[in-house]
Design a protein around this ligand. Structure first.
Ligand SMILES: *[C@@H]1O[C@H](CO)[C@@H](O)[C@H](O)[C@H]1NC(C)=O
Ligand SMILES: *[C@@H]1O[C@H](CO)[C@@H](O)[C@H](O)[C@H]1NC(C)=O
Ligand SMILES: *[C@@H]1O[C@H](CO)[C@@H](O)[C@H](O)[C@H]1NC(C)=O
Ligand SMILES: *[C@@H]1O[C@H](CO)[C@@H](O)[C@H](O)[C@H]1NC(C)=O
Ligand SMILES: *[C@@H]1O[C@H](CO)[C@@H](O)[C@H](O)[C@H]1NC(C)=O
Ligand SMILES: *[C@@H]1O[C@H](CO)[C@@H](O)[C@H](O)[C@H]1NC(C)=O
Ligand SMILES: *[C@@H]1O[C@H](CO)[C@@H](O)[C@H](O)[C@H]1NC(C)=O
Ligand SMILES: *[C@@H]1O[C@H](CO)[C@@H](O)[C@H](O)[C@H]1NC(C)=O
Ligand SMILES: *[C@@H]1O[C@H](CO)[C@@H](O)[C@H](O)[C@H]1NC(C)=O
Ligand SMILES: *[C@@H]1O[C@H](CO)[C@@H](O)[C@H](O)[C@H]1NC(C)=O
Ligand SMILES: *[C@@H]1O[C@H](CO)[C@@H](O)[C@H](O)[C@H]1NC(C)=O
Length: 511
């Protein structure tokens, strides 16, 4: 029996209909976790609090998935770095959450990514989750689908932003997606999101920006080009790429129009072979057939840094004469690090992949370092803008996207009396203080360590910190049992497996 997860588009068919008062709902500005994560980045992650007691996870936005996908304890095993759990954004321990309800083991629900060579299964369940870190003041959702996985194809877990309902094939009723639930519960003014991945190499470093139900006008160069969703629901953000040029190349790197799927779940940019060969010539890249990657050695890296080439992706309707939009990418966006288990020692690579045919044309997360995407599922359209990097963190200009027909609020919002405000403020300040202190401590520790490992990793290998007790127990008891979950024939958990003793609850933050 082959089980599969299919998707059902419910947003415009009742799930979100009939809402009133949504025009007063503010967009959710989802702050970045302020960590850089991943073994093919670094990428700016976002915090999520899952389960009871709360587990604090760092995840990456995925416009392809539609639920929260955390990494399970099975995602780290013997032979992995001792801080594997932390490297993977913190493992979600379903068995430590009293509000977790297990559904079962199914395919992860990948669609386009299967054609790119990705695969994996997930243990489906429900749990409560709260967006962001404590103190961010973002909504809590009860009983959300959680797709815990272990495959290293995706090293960091993700936050699915697609609003299509989750249809678990053995269950009759489709389950609301993460974004669908937020919209349905009127936590966002519409079923829409806006995202740019951030850019590690910028000075100062620029974290990702994620807005639900609106966008941040301070992060874009405005343009008036809109793309309609592609006809294939699993390839909705399909954008015509007219050309790719670079000041480092005499001719165009891509000169025939291709339709490319914007997919923040995957890191790379997949282009036709001819375009890849033009890149090789322009930048001196050598393709590694084994790894199917373009590794960049120090010599080439120094040369490219000195040259600092720009790449311009021209997007627009295929019809000649239509408006186009240029996304200019800097070399820094093509300068990530591959790390374990892709390679044993951290190695620079150029995030370009050779597509065999049109089904693989993809603009992954690397592209979203310089591009800002706004996707509106109520209107089935999206836009792509040049991302900008304003100085300072208080420069947001959040703009709501309202559902078609909703009248934006022109008037007053209800304001509580001053006494109430003061009371709430005092309570919030006092109760947040301990939490914030913990978070800050964790962040400082993490940043310091990341900084150190970035400098030392190539020469001195990995940080050999002692594994946390929970991880060691998992390593000893799990071994490879769940490491390679079968793709086509996922197996159910046996009763014996379901009786495994409870794991000790991890402290909210590593100490
Ligand atoms: C969702 O699941 C139900 C029940 O298994 C099935 O009848 C239906 O066709 C599925 N929907 C889609 C869009 O696949
Ligand atoms: C968490 O989940 C439980 C059980 O599903 C539910 O009763 C409770 O209200 C939820 N808590 C919050 C804060 O939403
Ligand atoms: C918007 O589109 C019109 C053509 O339809 C063009 O003339 C104008 O410059 C565009 N504005 C911006 C800001 O891109
Ligand atoms: C560095 O990489 C380039 C391109 O892949 C290659 O031509 C060159 O020989 C390499 N240099 C060294 C020192 O390995
Ligand atoms: C290709 O990459 C693999 C690691 O994935 C490495 O072992 C091998 O040496 C590389 N080949 C060349 C020619 O650089
Ligand atoms: C690349 O673009 C940036 C910003 O657009 C510009 O400052 C820089 O001069 C460009 N670099 C090259 C080599 O053209
Ligand atoms: C496209 O290439 C992929 C990878 O080689 C292959 O799996 C797929 O069948 C191809 N699709 C078409 C339509 O040729
Ligand atoms: C979607 O289309 C509407 C007009 O129908 C337009 O106002 C809006 O800007 C478009 N949204 C995006 C994200 O492009
Ligand atoms: C940020 O600050 C630098 C230096 O003060 C300045 O050159 C740059 O233009 C500023 N960027 C923006 C987007 O304001
Ligand atoms: C990887 O790093 C280890 C330890 O730092 C070193 O001994 C080894 O030679 C390195 N391997 C390669 C291929 O550079
Ligand atoms: C929870 O515990 C059971 C039984 O001990 C185990 O089989 C299962 O893998 C655990 N669930 C997850 C998702 O880790």
């Amino acid at each position: 029996m082959v089980k599969r997860i299919t998707f059902l588009f419910m947003v415009q068919h009742g799930l979100c209909a009939g809402k009133t008062g949504s025009s007063e709902t503010e967009p959710i500005s989802f702050p970045a976790s302020e960590f850089w994560d991943g073994n093919d980045g670094p990428w700016s992650s976002f915090g999520m609090q899952v389960g009871t007691p709360t587990q604090y996870l760092r995840l990456l936005p995925s416009n392809s998935g539609n639920a929260v996908w955390p990494v399970l304890p099975q995602g780290c095993a013997v032979g992995d770095p001792s801080d594997c759990g932390d490297l993977r954004g913190t493992l979600f321990q379903p068995n430590s959450s009293s509000t977790y309800y297990n559904i079962g083991l199914y395919g992860l629900g990948l669609t386009e990514e299967v054609g790119l060579g990705y695969s994996g299964n997930a243990n489906f369940g429900y749990d409560n989750l709260t967006l962001g870190w404590p103190g961010d003041g973002l909504p809590t959702l009860s009983h959300q689908v959680i797709q815990g996985f272990s495959t290293k194809d995706f090293y960091i877990g993700s936050i699915g932003l697609s609003p299509h309902a989750i249809n678990i094939s053995t269950l009759d009723d489709p389950q609301p997606s993460f974004l669908g639930a937020l919209a349905q519960q009127n936590e966002t003014p519409s079923t829409s999101w806006a995202y740019t991945a951030g850019a590690y190499y910028r000075q100062p470093t620029a974290f990702g920006s994620l807005t639900l139900g609106g966008y941040d006008a301070a992060r874009i160069v405005q343009n008036n080009i809109t793309f309609a969703f592609g006809p294939d629901t699993s390839r909705d953000l399909l954008v015509p790429v007219q050309s790719i040029t670079s000041d480092a190349a005499s001719g165009p790197l891509l000169s025939t129009v291709i339709y490319s799927y914007i997919d923040s779940l995957v890191p790379h940019i997949w282009l036709p072979l001819g375009a890849c060969q033009a890149f090789e010539k322009a930048f001196g890249l050598t393709y590694n057939e084994t790894a199917e990657l373009y590794f960049v050695n120090d010599t080439l890296h120094d040369k490219l840094v000195a040259q600092n080439p720009n790449l311009t992706f021209t997007l627009g309707p295929a019809s000649a004469g239509g408006n186009t939009i240029d996304i200019v990418m800097q070399y820094g966006s093509f300068d990530p690090m591959a790390d374990y288990p892709i390679v044993n020692n951290a190695t620079r690579y150029f995030p370009l992949r050779q597509a065999q045919n049109y089904t693989q044309y993809t603009l992954g997360r690397a592209f979203l370092q310089d591009a800002y995407v706004i996707a509106d599922y109520d209107r089935s359209n999206f836009s792509v803008s040049q991302a900008v990097f304003p100085n300072g963190s208080n420069t947001q200009q959040i703009v709501a996207i309202h559902r078609p027909g909703d009248i934006p609020p022109s008037i007053h919002r209800k304001t509580p009396s001053t006494g109430v405000i003061v009371g709430i403020a005092v309570a919030v300040v006092v109760s947040s203080f301990v939490i914030i202190a913990t978070v800050v401590r964790y962040r400082v520790r993490k940043r310091t360590r990341e900084h150190a490992s970035r400098i030392c990793s190539v020469d001195q290998g990995k940080d050999k910190a002692e594994p946390k007790p929970g991880e060691r127990e998992l390593e000893n008891t799990e071994k490879s049992q769940y490491l390679e979950m079968p793709v086509t024939e996922p197996k159910e958990l046996t009763a014996d497996e379901a009786r495994r003793p409870e794991l000790p609850a991890e402290p909210p933050f590593p100490v």
